[in-house]
Design a protein around this ligand. Structure first.
Ligand code: ADP
Ligand code: MG
Length: 447
């Protein structure tokens, strides 16, 4: 591996760990200056970036280099002014014990940093089981779920675990990569033999095959044939196969029946979107140890968890944006106002919407002397339940929100919201106390 290849890989790993805004802000234009036996020197372009990177990304740089080389290096972050003329870039750095050169595993995706909640608990447990007993437990393991929910993360975690705890060999590929490799075979007619041989060696000489995003294998019939052969070969030898997709085997209509059938031979698990609790937990986990976690007010975490409900990638994006903003404006504390400004474009229109619901939740909670957390929790004690129903009812009556949206803010499904609102609506007709309560809460909100 020469300097250029090393540097590409280095930046790729960093890129995979950061949201694109952060990566583009801090590392896109970074240059490799020097790479000696002990020290890696990087030019990051400006004094401001140098200070920021040294402060907040030191660990990331260190982890990245040791994941590539298997040992520690000193990292020197410099500005163009500091680079002395006489520095000569060495052509071929010596990279001792270059680890896992061909597994394609991303060392930053591990079980340790995979946060577990109700929506991914089964998938995580099954994945760990497979990592501990490759080929013995569930074969194949088929993981499916919408984009951004952690499928790729879990698959790399399995691969990293296997490599760290056994001498088994792992290969991670996306289905696009598999297609590319396969097309490589069919193209080269002349020296076909070598290419085919290489393909077979690559895909059959392994203990664990991980194929990500199998839905993209569709449409390429010959490739499906070859995948079918590879699958049978490995499966016959009890080699572990792990597959991910954005939909269940039944819904993978683009794939041949015989493949879909095989996918269900082992175990199929689904990852669901994270609920509010898990989103909050992931946020805390992502920020742990970072400067920002010292400055941040709890309501900011709630705000982000409330507004980025679709997937984990979105949550990470918000966190990284907050980091960048914090670095630029150096606030004394990160309060709601600051976060709303920072995330204005990112969170978009839901800002106004949530403000409404959030405001109502606050007012109701204060009125009944409970917390907003209580309102959103699963607790069903009479007073909390009653307050929650009233809050939902007020949201429905006084905002433009959809029932779904209200449900999300209360961690309830839409049937529950409808039921709650109907109930309060009925009572409202006959219960004078309730009418009075709702009036007082509305006054509170208006002020
Ligand atoms: P998918 O492959 O399902 O589209 P990814 O595995 O690429 O999703 O996940 C998107 C991002 O969210 C990744 O950076 C990943 O590390 C992170 N992520 C997803 N789920 C979790 C989790 N439970 N804990 C920590 N990070 C997560
Ligand atoms: Mg993925």
């Amino acid at each position: 591996m020469n300097n250029d290849q090393f540097w590409d890989q280095f930046l790729n790993i960093i890129n995979s760990k950061l949201n694109s805004i952060s990566f583009n802000t801090w590392f896109k234009d970074a240059k490799l200056v020097k790479f000696t036996d002990n020290t890696l020197t990087i030019d990051v372009g400006s004094k401001y970036k140098k200070d920021y990177i040294s402060k907040f990304y030191d660990d990331l740089l260190e982890e990245t280099i040791s994941s590539i080389t298997g040992r520690e290096y000193n990292i020197e972050v410099v500005t163009p002014d500091e680079i002395k003329e006489e520095v000569i870039i060495e052509e071929e750095p010596i990279l001792p014990r270059y680890k896992d050169a061909n597994s394609n595993l991303n060392p930053s995706y591990t079980f340790e940093n995979f946060v577990v909640g109700d929506s991914n608990r089964l998938a995580q447990a099954v994945a760990l089981g497979v990592a501990e007993q490759p080929g013995k437990l569930y074969n194949p393991l088929f993981i499916y779920g919408k984009s951004g929910l952690g499928k790729t993360h879990l698959m790399h975690a399995i691969g990293n675990f296997v490599t760290a705890n056994s001498d088994k060999t792992v290969l991670y590929v996306t289905s696009e990569k598999f297609i590319d490799d396969f097309i490589g075979i069919t193209k080269k007619d002349e020296e076909n033999y070598d290419v085919v041989q290489h393909f077979k060696e690559k895909y059959r000489n392994i203990d664990v095959l991980i194929i990500d995003d199998i839905q993209f294998l569709g449409g390429a019939n010959k490739t499906q044939d070859e995948f079918f052969n590879t699958f049978n070969f490995l499966h016959g030898l009890n080699k572990q196969i792990i597959i991910s997709s954005d939909r269940s085997p039944d819904d993978l209509k683009v794939l041949e029946e015989r493949l879909r059938t095989r996918f269900t031979w082992g175990l199929t698990v689904n990852i669901m979107p994270p609920d509010y609790e898990l989103r909050l937990k992931i946020l805390k986990n992502k920020m742990a140890g970072h400067e920002v976690s010292r400055l941040i007010k709890p309501e900011v975490l709630e705000y982000i968890a409330n507004n980025c409900e679709s997937d984990v990638r979105h949550l990470e994006g918000a966190v990284n944006r907050l980091y960048a903003y914090t670095a630029i404006y150096s606030p004394k504390e990160i309060n709601l106002e600051f976060a709303q400004e920072a995330l204005k474009d990112y969170i978009g229109t839901s800002l106004y919407i949530t403000n409404n619901i959030t405001k109502i939740q606050k007012a109701v909670a204060e009125y009944f002397d409970i917390t907003v957390e209580n309102l959103k929790s699963k607790k069903r004690t009479a007073n909390i339940n009653n307050a929650r129903q009233i809050a939902m009812y007020i949201c429905k009556m006084t905002t433009e929100e959809t029932i779904e949206r209200i449900g999300l803010e209360f961690n309830r499904n839409h049937a529950t919201v409808i039921h709650s609102c109907d109930k309060i609506e009925q009572e409202y007709k006959t219960n004078e106390t309730l009418r009075q309560q709702i009036k007082e809460i509305k006054d509170k909100i208006a002020n």
